[in-house]
Design a protein around this ligand. Structure first.
Ligand code: RTP
Ligand code: MG
Length: 136
């Protein structure tokens, strides 16, 4: 299996719940290594740029408003099959549909405040990691 990298964001709701450490432990226990990390409060322009692929979607404004509502913790994760492994740890976008034991089932409140972001493909991960960590 290939060693991949993926971008993870612990969103404002999960940072506010003080569960960064619990989420990091899940990454570590799954064999995902944190190779870059940074806590920041995104500007509107940064959030809009990051979610540009969704700019025509009806939920775009709510998504950006939510992502700038408080600090986020951003990290690049590395490991075997990292993209899918991380998506499995996260669970479904809508926490009501997320499998038991996933990050979203355990920590998310709604499809908007859904605790975490993860790249959905290796190529997307490269672009997303470069967006926040241009030197890694
Ligand atoms: P993410 O990008 O945050 O990891 O989440 P995802 O791949 O599971 O979901 P995506 O389709 O990429 O959507 C990005 C974020 O937009 C919000 N969303 N709201 N109201 C809605 O129908 C809706 N659909 C998506 C979610 O917060 C989702 O994480
Ligand atoms: Mg997505």
């Amino acid at each position: 299996m290939a060693i991949e990298r993926t971008l993870s964001i612990i969103k404002p709701d999960a940072v506010a719940k003080n569960v960064i450490g619990q989420i990091y432990t899940r990454f570590e226990n799954a064999g995902l290594k944190i190779v870059a990390a940074r806590m920041t409060h995104l500007t509107r322009a940064e959030a809009e740029g990051f979610y540009a692929v969704h700019s025509e979607r009806p939920f775009f404004k709510d998504l950006v408003d939510f992502m700038i509502s408080g600090p986020v913790m951003i990290q690049a994760l590395e490991g075997e099959n990292a993209v899918l492994k991380h998506r499995d740890l996260m669970g479904a976008t809508d926490p009501k549909k997320a499998e038991k034991g996933t990050i979203r089932a355990d920590f998310a409140d709604s499809i908007d405040a859904n605790a975490v972001h993860g790249s959905d493909a290796v190529e997307a991960g490269k672009v997303e990691i470069a967006y926040f960590f241009p030197t890694v």
